[in-house]
Ligand binder design. Sequence first.
Ligand SMILES: C[S@@+](CC[C@H](N)C(=O)[O-])C[C@H]1O[C@@H](n2cnc3c(N)ncnc32)[C@H](O)[C@@H]1O
Length: 409
Amino acid sequence: MTELEILGLGHRGDGLADLDGRAVFVAGALPGERVAADVAGERGRLVEILAPSPDRIEPVCPHYGACGGCVLQHLAPAPYADFKRRLVVDALADRGLAPDVEPAAVVPPGSRRRATFAGTTAGRTPLVGFTEKASHRVVPVEACPVSVPELLATLPALRALTALVGTRKTALDLAVTATDSGADVTVSGLSAKDVDRLRLPLIDLAARFDLARLSVAGEIVVERRPPVVTIDGVAVLLPPGGFLQASRAAEAIMAEAVVAGVGAAKRVADLYAGVGTFALRLARTADVTAAEGDAAAVAALDRAARGMTGRHRIRAERRDLARRPYVEKELVGFDAVVFDPPRAGAAEQAGWIAKSDVRKVVAVSCNPATLARDLRTLVDGGYRIRRVLPVDQFLWSSHVEVVAVLERG
Ligand SMILES: C[S@@+](CC[C@H](N)C(=O)[O-])C[C@H]1O[C@@H](n2cnc3c(N)ncnc32)[C@H](O)[C@@H]1O
């Protein structure tokens, strides 16, 4: 057992101590605390809090600590929001960037509308929940203060589905989105053969639990109601397992920052557009070219765009932007570019934007490290960072979204 003084928080939310000149990370410990820990390598297992921080609070979730979903429920709201902001400040500083970073906008509890549960069995008992931190073990959950009630209301259906599938070596991935028309459930970890074997009971299960749609192993097994989400008043029919911002509240904050960042631009490129979270809003004031790699998302956006009235045109294009980014000459004529890539960022694409004459750029990202790399490229190309807004979409996790607005000159 070793006594440690906790000096700060690491970027995964663990307490950070210095032991004879080397860093030790202690999950559950807070800055300013003195703790006893079992240390192995760079990890310390918290055994006892000898002197607690005044910022320590009681976690709201009964599964906190066992479930690997949340890491910072024990930290008071103000230092917690500051931690999220610091993640962004530090990532930018690592690339030599020091713009003003606004306070993090934190979403309320109970606002997450999509989650991937894990389903397994213990004997014949189905267990549905989230996995433990750094392990495949499933921690069954009854509550999840992060999620909208509609997500939790699917737990009985997910348990019945897991029981129906029976014992397997690896847990099922049960992705659920709470849509305007009910739960959209997408199961992976099964084969087409499993679907053939279980088709009728799966259809029956979807009816019994009133699921809007159930897709398994890439196939829509039953669609009882089209799973629709409304984006800025436009109905979008979601493709199974397609991307959607995890919280409607976060989506609203991010979209407002994107629309304000684009400002009066009349021709906008929305790159990595998904089903149109930003494009549909931007089309209120601008012609939008929306590029996205996922064919089903492009089709959904195209269909939604055709259904809107009183807005500008959206041209939806399927394109792999990692292999075929918008190059300098294709960017001519756009007043603004929005890009919102996956975690790996948009290194190539940012390189081309940096060479372009586009006046305004809005970068949206769920990974501060790759965002910082891409912003560095843009700044080196002559852009100035006008705004950086961290958005805490993934409550009590160590993840953060960011919207950054840049302008040429
Ligand atoms: C973080 S999501 C953002 C989607 C959208 N902007 C939104 O807010 O809903 C990233 C999107 O990039 C798409 N994507 C991933 N890799 C891509 C690639 N190489 N080329 C084009 N799109 C890609 C994904 O399908 C996903 O829709």
